[in-house]
Structures are given as C-alpha cells and as structure tokens.
Design a protein around this ligand. Structure first.
Ligand code: NDP
Length: 289
C-alpha cells in the first residue's frame, strides 16, 4: 500500500513554524516584508500572486503587491526592482513569472539584490546552492519537495534518485539538493534528450517528475516500493467539471500509486509547499537583514 504524502498538512506545519518566527521577529521590532511584482494579467499568475499575498497576511508578514500594465518596459521594471532593493521595509522581492515577452527575465533576476531574492533564482544564490553555502536562498519548489521527503521519513542517503526535468526553477536545484551532503542521494537527471526514459526511471528509489506533461510517468516506469514526487501541474480538459478542466500531475497517479512506498498527489502535494517555502525564505531574509 502506498502512503499518500499530504502536502497540505506538511505546508500547514511549515506555516505554523513561520507564524512563530514572524512573532519572534516582530518582538524584536522587525516585520518581514515581501514585495510581489506582477506585470500583465496572466490569469494563473494573478491567482498565484493572490495566494502569496493572502498567505503573507495570514502570517503577519507585510506584503506589497505591485501590479504593472502588460506594456511595461524593461527599464520601467528595472526601476521598480531598484526601488524595492533600496526599500528597508522590503526583505523579499519576487517578480512573478512568466512576464510579458518584451521583458528579459534573466536581466530582471540579475538586477535583484541577492539578499532579497527569495525565489533563489539570482546567480549568486544558484552558486551558493551548488557550493552548499547555507547563506543563500534555495528555490521554493525543490525546497518544498525536500521537506516533503523528510517529513515522510524517506531515507535519501545512498538512494538512487532520478529527477526528470532540468529547469533552473525545479529540476536542476532539486538534483543539487538531493546530492548535497546530508541528503547524499545518487542522482540522475533526465530531460527531453534522455534515451529510454522509462528504463532510467525504473532505477529510481526516489523519482521526481518536473516535466509539465500530463500523466507521462506510467506504472511500468516505476519500481515497486519507489517514492514518487510529482511536481507537475497540468491543466487538462474535463467536461465533467464545471470549470471544464482539472489539474493533473506528470505522473499517472491512479496506476502508479499502488506500486509506491509513498507518492504526492496533484493537487495537494508539492503545490502547497511552494508558497510555504517562500514564506520561510522571506522570514530568513528579514532575520538576516
Ligand atoms: P520547464 O518547461 O522549464 O522544464 C521542463 C523540463 O522537462 C525540461 O528540462 C525538459 O527537457 C523536460 N522535458 C520536457 N519534455 C520531456 C520529455 N518528453 N521527456 C523528458 N523530459 C522532458 O518546466 P518547469 O521545470 O518550470 O516545471 C515543470 C512542471 O512543474 C510544470 O508542470 C510546472 O507547471 C510544474 N511546476 C510546479 C510548481 C509547484 O509549485 N508545484 C512550481 C513550478 C513548476 P529539456 O530541458 O531538454 O527541454
């Protein structure tokens, strides 16, 4: 029987820790502050930004939502980032992705003060992750996956871990975290050019899917007793739903779950952890400042 890893419950625990940390910072006269910058009106981004701001409110973190029009120029956005970098009430800055096409996202990330880069995307933070320097910020989604693995009592040391996906947001940092000292997994990173992906996945004691392809990972890709972490969030049409769609992961959950030692569902697995870890990073930024 597989154990379903309840991301909502673990996220609630993390948020409870955050609440205590916010209270103790406030007692010292510091209110953590997060600025969330949204350029344009991408509907999914608007939902994400809304829940980040709401979670800040729940925890007593000061939040500032900056909504800019779709036609915002690179220079205008760089100016906003520079102002936030200089603002002592703001400890964390997040520019919601994806921005409109005229924006060079990489330049925006490089313009962030690395000490306020709570997404962990600035090159300095990427380097610190690779160097296992704890003074950096770890990207929220892979940090959340590691916390789920830990809370589920999964042994990573010596385990064969396979990460499908090599993005800078999920796959690559996830691989670094799994192989870091203390986690000590043996890590394989697969991507769109990998040969015989099912065979690679079958070697995994821990399989992390961060691809963006609905239900790609099938039962015969997964070893009996494996731990499966499904990062994917895919919208698929579902006429039986009022909305006309449902969310599904990168793993064919129904057929894979019975083979697993533990598995995360979608929704309710990795998703809730991302915001919780963002709150953690924001509090860390405030306490370091
Ligand atoms: P990207 O599109 O940036 O990266 C996808 C990766 O998957 C790439 O490395 C790509 O390979 C690889 N890939 C694509 N197709 C295949 C294939 N057929 N076989 C093997 N590998 C393949 O996506 P992200 O990393 O940003 O996100 C991945 C998923 O996670 C998405 O569903 C996204 O919505 C979700 N997500 C969920 C979050 C959460 O909070 N739960 C947060 C962030 C993302 P290549 O490099 O060769 O192109």
């Amino acid at each position: 029987m597989s154990k379903v890893i309840d991301g909502k419950a673990v996220a609630a625990t993390v948020l409870e820790e955050c609440r205590r940390e916010v209270d103790s910072l406030k007692a010292k006269g510091v209110t953590p502050g997060l600025a969330v910058v949204l350029v344009g009106e991408d509907p999914a981004s608007m939902v994400y930004v809304g829940s980040k701001v709401r979670t800040c409110g729940d925890l007593g973190i000061h939040s500032r939502k900056i909504e800019l029009p779709t036609e915002t120029t690179q220079e205008e956005l760089l100016k906003v980032v520079a102002e936030l970098n200089a603002d002592p009430a703001i400890h964390g800055i997040l520019v919601q992705s994806p921005p409109p096409e005229q924006i060079d996202e990489e330049e925006i990330v490089r313009a962030l003060d690395p000490a306020k880069d709570v997404d962990g995307f600035h090159p300095e933070n990427v380097a610190k992750l690779a160097l296992e320097d704890p003074t950096g910020f770890v990207p929220c989604t892979p940090a959340g996956c590691m916390r789920l693995i830990k809370e589920a009592g999964i042994e990573t040391s010596g385990a064969n871990a396979v990460v499908i996906g090599r993005s800078m947001i999920v796959g690559k940092p996830m691989a670094l975290l799994l192989m870091a000292k203390g986690s000590d997994a043996t890590v394989t990173v697969a991507h769109s050019r990998s040969r015989d992906l099912p065979a690679i996945c079958r070697e995994a004691d821990i399989l992390v899917a961060a691809v963006g392809r609905p239900e790609m990972v099938k039962a015969d890709w997964v070893k009996d007793g494996a731990v499966v972490i499904d990062v994917g969030i895919n919208r698929v049409e579902d006429p039986s739903r009022k909305s006309g769609y449902r969310l599904t992961g990168d793993v064919a959950y129904e057929e894979v779950a019975p083979k697993c030692k533990a598995i995360t569902p979608v929704p309710g697995g990795v998703g809730p952890m991302t915001i919780a870890m963002l709150m953690k990073n924001t509090i860390a930024a405030a306490s370091r400042a």
